[in-house]
Design a protein. Sequence first.
Lengths: 328, 552
Amino acid sequence: MKIDIIKTLFTRFLSSVLTLFLLVSFLFIIIRLSPGDPTDNYISAKLGTELSEKIAEKFSLNQPITNQYFAFISNIIRGDMGVSYNYRLPVFEVIWQYFSFTLVFASISFILQITLSIWIALWVIKKRKRWLDNFLTNSSIFVYSIPAFALGVALIYIFSFNLNIFPISGLKSLDYDYLPFFSQFLDKLHHLVLPLITLSAGGVALFYKYIKESMDELNSQTFILNLRASGLEDNVILRKHILPNALRPLISVAGIELGILLGGALITEVIFSLPGMGRLTVDSIFSRDYPLVIGCVFTAGAVMILANFLADIAKLRLDKRLIKGILN
Amino acid sequence: MNIKILKLLLLSLLFFLIISCNSNQTSPNSRIIIGISADVQTFNSLFAFSYEESAIVDLLYPGLLDFKWNSEKGELDTYPMIAQSWQWSEDSSYIKFFLRDDIFWSDGTKLTSADVVFSYDIFSDPDVQSRLFGTFDYLYTDAEGHIDIEKTFKVISANEFEMHFPENSIADLVKISIPVIPEHIFSNIKRDQLASSEINFNPVSSGPFKLKKWDRNQTITLVPDSNSFLFTSGQVSELVFKVVPDYTSRILQLRKGDIDLVELVKVEDMNDIKAENKLSVINLVGREYDYIGWNNIDREAFSVGKIKPNKLFGSRNVRKALTMAIDREAILDEYLLKQGELAASPVSRIFKLAFNNEVKPYEYNPQAAKRLLAEDGWKDENKNGILEKGKEEFKFKMYYPVGNPLREYAAVIIKNNLNAVGIEVTAEKIELGTFIHNLNERKMDCWMAGWGIPIPLDLKPYWYSDPNAAVLNFPNYRNFEVDKILDQLETKISNERKNELVKVFQEIIHNDEPVTFLYWTPNVVAYNNRIKNLSITPYGVLFHCWEWTLDK
């Protein structure tokens, strides 16, 4: 059995590598066929075309596309994604500067989304009040349909501009360096409250709806009625029998959501001036920074694959019978 | 049990908060915060390509000379900076510079003539590909544009050197004054590796400020350099550039007092800002204008090396008619709330002595436009509402880049105005990168865009017939009389003669109307009144910002 697991894990690893390879190859061709040229940024009244020609030569942009592709593939095999045209630094060095923030920010938001949605669903079920249930179900649709930019701007206007409770933007205050360690931590937390609400509100609403519907469905199943008839406490039934089963469909969606979050949250990052992957990716697309675009998409693809794999493992923890299906 | 744990946690939090409050460290007492929309990628003067980069880096690396905007004349006056004085030779074949004796780099090393000479060498080096590469044609250079140091410079002492010019070279002081970078730092790095070197992020500077801290995509903090020759005791203790990409957020922070100065404020926000006692606004008009570009020549013929007038826009009468058919005043009144100014040529009113007052913008007159079009053979013979000339109907696509609400608004007005005189226009917006690429490749016949005007005025890159000398002549405008004037402007003539020539140039351009000059767009700068000694001119917003002080 163990050898089988290792074999299937290895196969899954290979298929993931192949997926990423196809992704970057496809992207390489698409962005080079799309209109625009990175060297256009270096043409100006003062400079003429000399500099743009030099830069095209330096980054081999004047080579045939096939030569560029083979050079790109051979570099990738050696683990080199190239140098960003704008930053003039190795692509992964640039990405790390932004991904580190996204990793923390997305993880906190993800944990918030999962825990809050489960907590609210459990609370509603325990309360057993129809009006509360209806109110939260309808509110969740409303919250989910609010665009992030509208929610972000509204939160800023109310809580930052009018009430002056939270900062409008940024990751830390200007006096951050003058604060002691614990205050620095609180300062960052203070700055992240509104962005986290903006980023997580939709997710909480979505997960709440998923989990609540699953719980309602399970609540009327015969095995739950049997458990109740056998005298088990409601709390025990809820935690040990309903919740684990209700979580299963949520986990697949959560895996995808985590992948998306780790790929960057463009709108939240722009509104609150946060240094995340979303801004980096979009800026690199607009400035035609080809190596950086590929690096960002590669990172987003890799985290999506990893997040789905983690979701599968989580499902496995809940039900060991799923092992073969997941590994294949 | 749970409540006990919660109490314990709250107590610990309180404890930490009390410890935090007992810090002896203090924050700076005078700080000016400037809101910017994008972060920089480098602090290396060689590669400061973007507007934000050059504005910040120029505070770290001053040039040989200083320039101030003379609003009476509408031109730059020259003042000493690193060079305390200079002397032209009698035949203008060389210039001798005398450097100040009290300039030190932020690491304590003295700035000398060797640094200046080294700066010219490295800025012109093809292996470096700096932001000034290819612009040293007024000095002795090799075929690749690299300055011949031996022929060009003669170092006399640590504070004196001569700069020699080839015969017929026209060097003006603005061109000559490039930022000076430290030889003792940059010479230790291989030139082809400079772009990715650590020095890009840890500059050794000589300006009034030095870099204190850079939080990527958050803030750039500059502090006064007490070793600098520009240091004064009244200087603010920190100049912070805060990166806020979202416009609404920038304005809210300005109004809340989190930011002290913001550029490019939308005109519709001016009244709200003015209403706040603590804020002021300045409207700088005359550095940028919007225009509709008409390709004057036939693209297909041009691609095979032939010059043939464009079948729609080749005639000056048609171009004039197109301008007259557009109600530019309406756009100015309704969208720009009268904060801009109608444009008649590429020379704005700010260049007072060179501006031709006789050249007036064409008035909105659809009837006159129809008459001009009819004179040129464009008539609606088949009564389908669209003008035609032979079998050719007057219809075309007008492209403009996404992300500019003014142009989106103007596109609707322009389309409707031209439809009213029998011209069918399809307005199509495209992504900015694609738009710029199509402009450079001359792939469009009609487009709407904007142009910035350099100071000092430089018209050749936009209006000269030879595409190699005029990379930005996107309309492919050709007029040999204009070429003659632009060539003459590059000869050794007096400023008065130059101004006369520029006035004639405006008349010719106005008569040819190679593009439809729409309006000079406003650059509204809003700032907090607590900043004193501001001197915001068309030459720059951060001009002499080391002289800014704060109201106590």
